[in-house]
Structure formats: C-alpha cells, structure tokens
Design a protein around this ligand. Sequence first.
Ligand code: SF4
Length: 407
Amino acid sequence: MANIGYIQVVRHCNHFCGFCSNPTTPYVHTFDSMKVLVDDFVQRGYFGIILTGGEPSLHPELPRICRYATDRGLHVRMITNGSRMSEPAFAQEMAEAGLKLVHVSVYSVRPEIEARLRGTPDTLPAAFSAVENAHRFGIDVNANSVINKLNADHLDENIRYWVKHHPYVRHFVWNNLDPSMGRAEVNQAQFTPRLADFELSLHRALRLLEKSGRSFRVEKVPLCYMADFAWASTETRKIVKGEERIVHFLDQKQTVRQTEWGHIYAPACDACSVRTICGGLFDRGNAYDPGELYPLFVSRDAIVEKIIHDPHDPSYRYRTLAEWHADFDQRLEETKALAAQRERPSSAVPPPEMRDESIPVGTVTDRGLRLFEAKRRAEAKKAASLGVSMEKTELALPADQEPAGGK
Ligand code: SF4
C-alpha cells in the first residue's frame, strides 16, 4: 500500500473502551485546520488519508472535509465504530462526499464481550447496520479489530460470523493492543493479552480468510506469532518497502512521522532469520513479556518476495529480489547510523526526529476546554461503574495555544 496519512478529526467518542489509546482531549479541529493537513498530504504525494479519532463521524464537518480531500485527489477512508453510519442518510451523505472505504471496528461478535470492551451496551447491531449501509451506498467495507485479552481466544469465531453474515467484506485488519497510551496504559492488567493467548485463534482466523480468498493485515504482532502469514504484517511490509506513516494526533503529540518500525527485541531475536524485517514487540510500558518471543528459522527472502510481488499492492518501486537487496541494505545502513547517534527514550512521547512542528494540529479553545472537562466528568462516572481507570491527562499546550480567559 502506498503512503496513507492519518488525521484524527476529533478525540471524543460515544463509546468508552477501557483500552482506548486515543481518548478525549481538549483539542478541536475546524474545517480550515483539517484542510491544511489535507493540503500537506497532497503536497507530499500521498495516496490517501484515513479519517480517525476518537469517533470521527461525530465531527459536524466530516462530509465537507471528505469532499475536499476527494476533490484534491486523495483516496479517503474512515475508521469508525459505526454508530452514525448506522443511519442510512449519513452513510449516503458520506458516500456522496467521496468516502471510498470504511473500516468498521468490531472487537467481538459475542454481545456480552463487545459490551464489556466498548463500555457501552448493544453496540453490535449498529456496527453491522453501518456495514450494510456502507455496502449499499457503494463504500467498500473493511473489518477492524483490536486484539485484547477478552477476544484473544475467539478471533476465528469473529471471522466465521463476518464471512457468514457479511460475505461482501473482503479485507480484515487486526491491531494488537497498544498498551503505551491513553486508557490502555492504565488498564493494562484488564485488557493486554499475552502473545500466547491469541496465537492459535489468530492463526485459525488467518487460515480461514486465506482459504476463502479474503485479504488481511496484522499490526503490532511480532512475526514469531504469525509466522505463516509474515507477509501480512503491517510493520514488515513497511520495513520491506521503506514506507513512512504520518499521523496528525489531535493532542500534544501533534504530528508524528514514523519511518522506523522496529520496537523491542529479546536476546532470542539475535538468532532469528527474519530479525531485519520484523517489528519486534510493540510495547513501551512493560505490558508484554519479551520472554514470549522465539526465533524463527524461515526464509526471509521468501517473505520479501511475497510482499514485493503482491499484485494487489504494486506500490513498491522495485520488482526483483536483487534490486530489493540493494535498496534495503542501503536503508538498513542509514537506519543503523541514525540509531547510533541517539538514545531512544522509553516514554510514550515520540523522539524529536519523529515530530514535525511545521503545521499546528487543531487548537485548544475555551469552549473545547469546557467540553473536555464536562466529558471527563461524565467519563469518570462511567469508568467507576465499569471498574476501569481513567487515562492520565497531559494538558501541556503549545505556547501559542494557551486558552484565553477562564473556564
Ligand atoms: S524472535 Fe524477535 S525478530 Fe524473530 S520473529 Fe520474534 S520478535 Fe521478530
């Protein structure tokens, strides 16, 4: 896949997932502040953008920014919990605004597990109505899911449900839980799975999808836990092809440009044949155990060939293994030289070389702050009733964005 940028259009949400890594902040976007980000992606030659959040469909200007980005030639996607898309009129409006693809997020098809994970009852019917509405109005649908402790044992059951009830959904994306940010960071014990918890069910799910001719990607899972499907690892594909990812966070992180995909490795990784194309263990908070990693002894080049010859994703500029070796070895040397110059911080704050402060991402207004505080109070009550902890707030604002006046 060619480069696709992320814009967080809002950070509030009408669900309350205990492991949300991007919870409410006081930052807000206007149409104009989003337009600047779209223009920047166009200038960088990006293929498309993903509108995300929070729950992006809660932004009143979403159809307008979607239309604008489409008119500027970007392929526009949205990640959503489906609550608004379950209204046919909204789905139609987004289709007419040019939305090409919607990733509808469902964690578990077991209603009681989904309710627990979403902190909100009865969300499944709306999510599946959203899927149907999007399909009806010509928007492609992908299924998204976060792997966590409560769904780890039935990822394959979820796939069987999708295949049976929504056979037109052809692409599936899993994200292993990111335990380093937001509520995920403070509720690690409740929601972070062990890698071994999902190994079998993920393998079964991927086998089912492969057999039925569907495609898939898996993010933040080390290759030793998806060995037969290593080519489907998002990090591995980006490492192999040398791709970047820009995320415009609607919080104090602002713009993060990620060009390196490796995270934590264990001593076992030194012996592993795929070490140079593996993202390792995604963890900045000691939530996962590096002791669970084990070396693979498989052909790295076979994985690379599968990626660079993928007919559905011809974005990589070279087509032969020899050309890839030359390109990759050079990139590897550059990465090593860069790594030698710095010490990677262990906190969730991205290192300076990943930050881009040239464009402000959203603003903090007095109104935004008031809404944020009201939302936090409501969420604190919800958190208490669900037995989850509230995320830490970091209200360090850029100097030029100190809110005027009181609350
Ligand atoms: S042992 Fe390390 S390098 Fe090898 S697949 Fe596992 S995490 Fe990746």
